[in-house]
Design a protein around this ligand. Structure first.
Ligand SMILES: NC(=O)c1ccc[n+]([C@@H]2O[C@H](COP(=O)([O-])OP(=O)(O)OC[C@H]3O[C@@H](n4cnc5c(N)ncnc54)[C@H](OP(=O)(O)O)[C@@H]3O)[C@@H](O)[C@H]2O)c1
Length: 213
């Protein structure tokens, strides 16, 4: 199993770091200021480092940073360390504006996506969008009476997508391949849809599931 370098120290980064560790992977987690992860590192046994240290170390990377700062974070982490690696991109292109009627604002338009921006800026990395359409509390081994939920993923590299599909299945998801990076134009706005019951009814623990005939 590849070693996993998590680039991002928020709730998603910490949740996925613990999830990968639980599933037997070697994991490290990165921050611009790793010292702030001291308590997390002590309780989880997961070593923290700078973005650059963790990106250089991990054989597979997971990007879990604020969407508006995603390009900046990869630059800080040294793009050379992303070359040829699978990068699971959990980010969403959310603007800093507050929700209106429960609807968050994206900084991308309908015919663009953050995944495509990342892939164009760092063409040697193999970005795969995943984990962006569910809340962090249900990312690892989600359990629902209605059955296994669906995680949509997409990206341009078939090998990277196969690796991510296997991780998603291991984490308890039905992994649904929606094709190339272009499909992120449809997958990323699912975060807006997912958040509406949160803002309207304070319900934050649901997930999407596709019903097949
Ligand atoms: N929260 C959820 O349940 C959820 C669910 C699905 C998807 N997502 C998406 O996952 C991503 C991570 O979300 P999150 O809630 O865990 O945390 P977050 O607060 O969106 O992001 C925290 C991370 O962003 C980094 N960051 C902030 N400003 C930066 C800058 N100027 N340059 C470089 N890095 C910067 C932080 O770096 P430092 O470590 O240095 O502070 C930290 O690692 C977001 O794109 C979010 O939309 C979130």
């Amino acid at each position: 199993m590849n070693s996993i370098g998590i680039i991002g120290s928020g709730t998603v980064g910490q949740t996925l770091a613990q999830g990968f560790k639980k599933h037997g992977y070697q994991v490290r987690i990165g921050s611009r200021t790793p010292a702030k992860l001291a308590a997390f590192a002590a309780s989880s046994g997961i070593t923290a480092g700078t973005f650059a240290e963790v990106a250089a170390w991990g054989q597979t990377l997971v990007l879990t940073v604020t969407g508006t700062k995603a390009l900046e974070a990869v630059r800080l982490a040294e793009p050379a360390s992303f070359r040829g690696k699978t990068v699971i991109d959990t980010t969403n292109p959310l603007s800093d504006a507050p929700p209106v009627d429960g609807v968050l604002e994206l900084f991308t338009g309908p015919n663009s996506s953050l995944l495509e921006q990342l892939q164009a800026a760092f063409p040697d990395a193999h970005f795969v969008k995943a984990f962006n359409s569910v809340g962090n509390t249900r990312m690892v081994n989600p359990s629902f009476a209605g059955g296994r939920p669906t995680m949509f993923y997409c990206g341009n590299d078939d090998g990277a997508k196969a690796e991510v599909a296997s991780i998603l299945e291991q984490f308890g998801w039905e992994a649904l391949d929606l094709g190339s990076a272009r499909a992120a134009r449809a997958i990323e706005p699912l975060c807006q849809l997912w958040c509406i019951p949160g803002f309207r009814q304070n319900h934050w623990t649901h997930a999407f599931r596709v019903l097949w005939d």
